[in-house]
Write a protein that binds this ligand. Sequence first.
Ligand code: ADP
Ligand code: MG
Length: 339
Amino acid sequence: MADIINLLPDNIANQIAAGEVIQRPASAVKELLENAVDAGATEIQLIIKDAGKELVQVIDNGGGMSETDARMCFERHATSKIQSIEDLFQITTMGFRGEALASIAAVSQVELKTRKKGSEIGSYIEIDNSQVKKQEPCQTAEGTSIAMKNLFFNVPARRNFLKSNTAEMRHIVDEFIRVAMAFPQLQFSLTSNNQQLFHLDKGSLKQRIVAILGQHYNARLVSVKETTDYMNVYGFAGKPETAKKTRGDQFFFVNNRYIKSPYLHHAVMSAFADIIPADSFPLYVLFIDVNPEHVDINVHPTKQEIKFDDEKLMYAFVQSAVKHSLAQFNVTATLDFDL
Ligand code: ADP
Ligand code: MG
């Protein structure tokens, strides 16, 4: 019997793996913005054309890459952020899998320009379908610019699965806001089809929330802050009168990483239970800092789901932190007191 197993060529293997990391333009937005943050940038520009189907570009003023790294960064499992499995439990960067750029390069056309801090000259590199088409020295600002063009040009079936521009743009803005909210000390901008949608100056968390979600929140936020040996929670919740019938303005960040957690959402909702109508949702932007040893962020490639070693403790802590900061609005308690 003839042998029938063969190894897939790298570019096909990369295309398959890319499916997990890059589902739509917004996935690339998240990965590229996080790379800019990890590179120590203080100013980060996001440029979009045609809802990211034509172009997703991120320009940062971070540390930049050497000529060799500029090529290496597109290899699978190529990362400067971890070296061993133990490092996974000490993660302080947003990235660590070394998969994003390899995935992006497998399903688009990429142009990278980068200059390392202190270098005289930068590198320009063009990649098409995981293949290096061109690499040459270039003049460019310190930092990095990565342009992802024509997403899924080589995987037409996936390109057909992309949604309308309105829907894809909504995903992009969501990802942009999540990263921008997590790092108010950095400047961010978002330009779509040559129109500037956001320009966010460096500032406090409160200023960032107001800049993103609207001026009406300025006098309608209460601060949340509580600390134990195990963790630290801080941020803001909207005053009861800002609760809305629709969801959308709820953010959890664990060690600065945006996460989705129905469980912790429930903890916040229960703290609000007696002071807002049952079918409405409060604004909250909550940061939980916890020793990386207590969380496993390796559960999902996009890292939006994480595991805590003690979920119940986390729940109780978040609930009590929010309750304490809302105590002043607890009408029922005041009535009880008056009786
Ligand atoms: P990861 O972020 O998980 O390490 P990526 O594929 O996103 O994997 O990036 C691979 C490597 O390329 C990073 O570890 C980093 O060294 C380098 N890199 C990526 N983006 C940038 C950037 N904007 N500035 C400097 N270095 C970068
Ligand atoms: Mg990355």
